[in-house]
Design a protein around this ligand. Structure first.
Ligand code: ATP
Ligand code: MG
Ligand code: MG
Ligand code: MG
Length: 458
């Protein structure tokens, strides 16, 4: 059943409805059946990480404490079930944004042959960050840290591309590998992480600029939908190259980047591009303010830097071959999850962007043997009612059936995990009609509602 449940979203047409809720007790998702480490103490978390000092990064500490991630080796983490659920939701939102601007999803191998990287000289330029290996025949490879070479070679192999087919926007969402000198802060800087990388091919510099703006707007829309207030800043092109570049920075003190913004005009730039002694805005001369941030996205206008090397051409309006104008666009998928937790959470409790919370609703039936025990059945009925009446919430409602614990203890856990809605069957559940206590975590409100009103609220 668990194996079936993981693929229900692809196969829902073929699987009898009763399988939708596995795993769990009966057809309800029950917390006691989950692989979910709970409430690790700070010293336990430190020993998991093999550290003696403090974990200075809040999201890193919280994600370990509530069992969202588990260290595998330096800079590599197991993503546990709650995180995978949140990431799948993030992937869906990213897919929507990328496909709304014409993005087509591909999936390229992580194993990338050295000759591609030698062609652009990045086999040497990338230095120790590139994770290199040889196969049994002695052939050299790296584990892809990014895919400009691979995608350009792929598009170059398509010899009949016409200007009428452009722009082409190809993207993927895959693991990336970088031997970071200082992997740290959990998912914020890993050696193996998920990135969404898009590559665009246009017929002219003007068309490529339009595509560039389109992708930047899609990124802004994504961050708006997630409720993350990112700043788009001018950025350095680094080893990827090109002529224009922007980063999407999430302002927060733990961030490893520094950028300046001009409160008077819209100018903003990463300090890497600026004369750091400059205190006035180059655009309007107003005083600049300087902020730390986490780089969650990065866009590059590449021109023909890669298409000229791999001969990625299309047939232009005159029937002649011409080089494609390219752009590339990265989003740190696992980094966004951790960065969102970093900015939204309190010191002790995880908070998620509403769209990404692993489960939307957590139901707390009464403690076994308590005065309210009779309300247990009402809670189960509420579970069935919600999932029947609100189809979008199927698979989103969790029953915290650890009824040997008090409601208070389970409520504390639920608060820590950050379910947007927590519903308790207390004394008033035994009234006629039953009233359930609903904790709205994101607004810190508590209301007493009948089951019909609960559904209306959700
Ligand atoms: P940084 O400056 O933080 O090292 P970068 O500039 O090297 O990042 P890019 O090459 O621009 O990264 O990659 C695109 C996106 O991938 C970044 O904007 C970031 O969100 C994400 N990313 C990069 N490196 C990591 C990492 N080590 N762990 C998690 N996410 C990363
Ligand atoms: Mg880097
Ligand atoms: Mg950077
Ligand atoms: Mg970058």
């Amino acid at each position: 059943l668990p194996a079936l449940a993981t693929c229900t979203h692809q196969l829902s047409g073929y699987i009898p409805r009763r399988f939708h809720f596995a795993p769990g007790r009966g057809k309800r998702l029950a917390l006691s059946h989950m692989f979910q480490p709970q409430n690790l103490r700070e010293d336990q978390v430190l020993s998991l990480e093999g550290r003696s000092g403090d974990l200075t990064c809040k999201s890193h500490r919280l994600m370990l404490q509530v069992g969202l991630i588990h260290p595998a080796s330096s800079g590599c983490y197991h993503l546990l079930p709650y995180t995978v659920r949140a990431m799948e939701k993030l992937v869906r939102v990213i897919d929507q944004e990328m496909q709304a601007i014409g993005g087509q999803k591909v999936n390229m191998p992580s194993l990338s042959p050295a000759e591609l990287w030698r062609a652009t000289n990045r086999w040497d330029l990338m230095g120790k960050e590139l994770l290199r290996l040889r196969d049994r025949h002695g052939k050299e490879y790296c584990l892809g840290p990014t895919h400009e070479e691979a995608i350009t070679a792929l598009v170059a192999s398509h010899k009949t591309l016409s200007y009428k087919q452009l722009p082409i926007l190809l993207y993927q969402l895959t693991r990336k590998f970088r031997d970071e000198p200082r992997p740290r802060f959990g998912l914020l800087r890993g050696r193996e992480f998920y990135m969404k990388d898009m590559y665009t091919f246009d017929a002219s510099p003007e068309a490529a600029q339009r595509t560039y703006s389109l992708v930047c707007d899609a990124y802004s829309s994504l961050f708006d939908r997630l409720g993350l207030q990112c700043v788009k800043v001018q950025a350095d092109v680094g080893s990827i190259g090109g002529t224009m570049s922007h980063e999407f920075q999430l302002p927060v003190d733990i961030g490893e980047d520094r950028f300046v913004v001009c409160p008077r005009c819209s100018f903003s730039a990463n300090m890497e591009t600026l004369d750091s002694s400059q205190t006035n805005c180059p655009a309007c001369q107003g005083p600049l303010t300087d902020t730390k941030g986490i780089e969650v996205g990065h866009t590059f206008y590449l021109g023909t830097k890669y298409s000229s090397i791999f001969n990625a051409q299309f047939i232009n309006v005159h029937g002649k071959p011409a080089l494609a104008e390219m752009g590339c666009y990265g989003l740190g998928v696992t980094r966004i999850l951790a960065a969102a937790i970093e900015v939204l959470s309190t010191e002790d409790c995880v908070r998620w962007p509403g769209l990404l919370a692993p489960y939307q609703v957590c139901l707390l039936p009464p403690k076994k043997g308590s005065k309210e025990e009779a309300a247990t059945e009402l809670m189960e009925q509420l579970y069935d009612y919600i999932t029947e009446v609100v189809p979008q919430l199927r698979g989103e409602v969790l029953l915290d059936d650890r009824t040997h614990l008090t409601i208070g203890n389970r409520l504390k856990d639920a608060n820590k995990f950050g379910y947007p809605f927590v519903i308790i069957a207390g004394k008033r559940a035994l009234e006629d009609p039953a009233h359930f206590e609903v904790w709205c975590q994101n607004t810190s409100e508590v209301v007493f509602l009948t089951k019909e009103a609960v559904v209306a609220l959700l």
